[in-house]
Design a protein around this ligand. Structure first.
Ligand SMILES: [Zn+2]
Length: 111
C-alpha cells in the first residue's frame, strides 16, 4: 500500500493513497481538494478562448491596446529595436553605469 505524509502542518502520520490527510485530519481533505481545483480551469483551451474573446477585450481601452501590440507595425519595430539593443532592455541601458559599478571590483581583482 502506498502512503504519503499528511498535508496537515506538524502531523507526521501517513495517509494511504489517494488520500492527502491521515485519518485524524480527513475532514480537511474536501477543502484541500476544492482549493486545488480553484485555478484548474484556467489551463483549459475553452477558458483561454473565452478569456481572449471576453475578458481581454472587456473595454475599449484594452481592445485598442491589444490591437496595437498585435499590429504588424509594432511587432516589426519591436524586433528592430531589440536587435539593435542586443536584447537588452531600455532600463538597463539607461542605468548601465549603476550596473557596471558593481562589477568594477571584480574586474580589478582579475587584473
Ligand atoms: Zn494528519
Amino acid at each position: 500500500m502506498q502512503v504519503r505524509t499528511c498535508k496537515q502542518s506538524n502531523c507526521h502520520n501517513l495517509a494511504p493513497l489517494p488520500h492527502w490527510y491521515c485519518e485524524a485530519h480527513r475532514a480537511l481533505e474536501d477543502d484541500y481538494l476544492n482549493s486545488r481545483m480553484k485555478y484548474s480551469r484556467t489551463s483549459s483551451d475553452a477558458y483561454r478562448k473565452r478569456y481572449d474573446k471576453v475578458d481581454r477585450n472587456a473595454n475599449e481601452v484594452k481592445r485598442s491596446q491589444v490591437k496595437f501590440y498585435r499590429s504588424k507595425v509594432w511587432q516589426s519595430l519591436r524586433e528592430v529595436v531589440l536587435t539593435k539593443q542586443h536584447l537588452l532592455n531600455q532600463n538597463y541601458l539607461d542605468n548601465r553605469s549603476e550596473y557596471v559599478g558593481s562589477y568594477t571590483p571584480v574586474i580589478s581583482r582579475l587584473l
